[in-house]
Write a protein that binds this ligand. Structure first.
Ligand code: ATP
Ligand code: MG
Length: 411
């Protein structure tokens, strides 16, 4: 096969087996989000490049190394969305939604990042996520985390995930911490990875997010955010912790958790599992009070999270996905039976049943197929049945067989 006919590296063909899982996970997320009062939003798959450069920060890996950016035929620079929040913030501003606050949005869709493909890491992947705009109350952070926990519980994954929690404080706290980090890491500048040397100048907090083993050794003894927090930021963080405790959501304080994106303030969190190797974060989020203003909109607090469907699907057992039972497999015995089969199948489908018509092979083969599909009934229809408007129904569990009008032989 010529290369151009193969899947592009890092992309996936989601065949029905896996789509089924994705859809199930998506439905659970959406159903929980509805309970929490969220409405669904769908923003474009691509935005003006600026939308991401301004919001995610020029120094974030995502913008610096991971975006798919291209010029369209009109000469505009566009970027495929690498995440959901920036586009929603853009929509909030361009749709003039400030009058309607507070707003709670749920989304689901593809994201694009030019990363090294590996298990749990793709170049086109899928996220479900929520954004809660207009509340600066610390307990609204807790509410958003509870939504995540309820969703993971529905997936049977909550007990195998750990909630890691940290705060980045307000801008004052962050600046103080930044200065301390620069002082500390500058002492080891030559030992830092090339990426982190660059981060040291542009965004030292992001060094804490480095996956480089050498960097990680230096991070162990670095200054802690806790020691740079203003009184207000500390109180905010304590309230978040209190809210989680009251609701019996266990968490671990993780001082190195900073998240890959520049716009977070106060609460940041991740649900992490040890069952996926290096790609252990399944759901991640935080508060981003400065984001909308930094894009030129009104100062608007926000908090949200996103979860990767590929990683959640990997953890979800096939047996947990509900299947649609097959009520009947239609087995035409001859040509007249084929036309009648189509009518019978349609009638059953209109009644709400799932039905399969078996077009290929002789009756024996079709019977085997019906059994392998776990149909409740095999409905054999030939010339006689067509003429009398009946079906010959075989209950595949009991082996019992009856001929008669559909309503009489099917229960
Ligand atoms: P990582 O540290 O694993 O690169 P991240 O901090 O870049 O994650 P976020 O931007 O917070 O991830 O995205 C939220 C979630 O989306 C992640 O926890 C993960 O489940 C999923 N995710 C992120 N990038 C990818 C990817 N390239 N392929 C598949 N899932 C991804
Ligand atoms: Mg990443």
């Amino acid at each position: 096969m010529s290369k151009s006919l193969q899947r592009v590296r890092g992309t996936q063909d989601l065949l029905p087996e896996i789509s089924r899982k994705f859809r199930h996970i998506e439905n659970l997320a959406w159903s929980q989000a509805r309970h929490y009062g969220y409405g669904e939003i769908e923003t474009p798959l691509f935005e003006a490049t600026e939308v991401f450069h301004r919001t995610l920060g020029e120094t974030s890996d995502m913008v610096h190394k991971e975006t798919y950016t291209f010029q369209d035929r009109g000469g505009d620079s566009l970027t495929l969305r690498p995440e959901g929040t920036a586009g929603i913030a853009r929509a909030f501003i361009s749709e003039g939604l400030a009058q309607k606050l507070p707003l709670k949005f749920f989304y689901s869709g593809s994201m694009f990042r030019y990363e090294r493909p590996q298990k749990g890491r793709y170049r086109q992947f899928h996220q479900v996520g929520v954004e809660c705009l207009g509340y600066d109350h610390p307990l609204s952070d807790v509410e958003v985390i509870l939504l995540a926990a309820d969703f993971l519980k529905d997936l049977n994954l909550l007990s195998s995930c750990q909630l890691q929690l940290n705060t980045l404080g307000d801008p004052t706290s962050r600046q103080q911490y930044r200065d301390k980090l620069v002082e500390y890491f500058s002492r080891f500048k030559n030992d830092l990875s090339a990426d982190s040397q660059m981060r040291l100048e542009k965004n030292p907090l992001r060094i804490l997010d480095s996956k480089d083993p050498g960097d990680r050794k230096l991070i162990v003894d670095c200054p802690q955010m806790q020691d740079s927090l203003t009184t207000e930021s500390l109180q905010f963080f304590e309230k978040v912790q209190q809210g989680l405790q009251k609701n019996n959501v266990p968490f671990e304080l993780t001082s190195t958790l900073v998240r890959g994106i520049d716009y977070y303030t106060h609460t940041v969190f991740e649900f992490v599992t040890d069952q996926l190797g290096a790609q252990g974060t399944v759901l991640a989020g935080g508060r981003y009070d400065g984001l909308i203003q930094s894009m030129g909109g009104p100062q608007t607090p926000g908090v949200g999270w996103a979860a990767g469907l590929e990683r959640l699907a990997e953890l979800t057992a096939e047996s947990l996905i509900p299947t649609t039972p097959l009520k009947a497999a239609l087995i035409p015995a001859d040509e007249a039976g084929e036309l009648w089969a189509l009518q019978v199948a349609h009638e059953l489908r209109v009644q709400g049943h799932t039905v399969e018509i078996l077009w290929n092979g002789n009756v024996g083969k079709k019977m085997k197929k019906a059994a392998s599909l776990s149909a409740e009934y095999a409905l054999i229809v030939g010339t006689t049945e067509a003429q009398t408007q009946t079906v010959t129904a075989k209950n595949l569990a009991t082996g019992e067989q009856k001929t008669g009008p559909l309503a009489q032989v099917l229960v």
